[in-house]
Design a binder for this molecule. Sequence first.
Ligand code: MF3
Ligand code: CO
Ligand code: CO
Length: 262
Amino acid sequence: MAITLKTPDEIQKMRVAGRLAAEALEMIEPFVKPGVTTGELDRICHRYITEEQGAIPAPLNYHGFPKSICTSVNEVVCHGIPTDTKKLKEGDIINIDITVIKDGFHGDSSIMVHVGNPLPHLQKLVETTQECLYKAIDIVKPGITLGDIGHTIQTLAESRHYSVVREYCGHGIGRVFHEEPQVLHYGKPSTGTKLEAGMTFTIEPMINLGQRHTKLNKKDGWTVTTKDRRHSAQWEHTLAVTDTGIEVLTARSNEKYFNHKT
Ligand code: MF3
Ligand code: CO
Ligand code: CO
């Protein structure tokens, strides 16, 4: 399958789905406090997405995923499963990854939150990971390549002595949750697919404090951790390439990409 270019009508539907994913993240962030369980965060999001937004939480039953959001704490890189036995504690970091389906289209985004007061070394990791995402977003326009995106992220992360996860990547998105192209978070300038207006995809760098290698939990089939058990951070946005640059479909109201019209 080739990369599908979205029509203006389809992009409009993705704007709506993207805005709902952003609003669900803004809704849940204040609930992240010492003592709350990831199971509770999942229930709050499930109710909000289904009842307030009239949308569908895409992860639920996706290839058998059992919950409505992903919650990845500390050394968990991605795809953490919410559970009532996982209580957050002061000093933890958590990635909350929300994907909603509205009118047939997906919006996929994730944020990092510090539980209680941020620990300085984790604050630096979390901020650098967000900077990696923003720096990549800021170069996107027709004519650049996927390799340019990966190279931008890898260069910044490694300049701060962090490592870039290789086994998981960003992805095309639309009617389908994960479609072509694969958006690697490492790479070489001017290599790979050239971007064109109408492409919609995510960028979602996973950056580790220690080594880049990951390990999949064979018992649950989902939870990905760092091999060395050191912390990992991730931020994600869904984007559309426009004639002149980019539109961040999942921008939150406190980000420079936010557009009141959407
Ligand atoms: N939202 C994740 C992503 O960014 C995918 C989660 S799939 C699930 O692509 F099944 F784990 F929920
Ligand atoms: Co994604
Ligand atoms: Co996601």
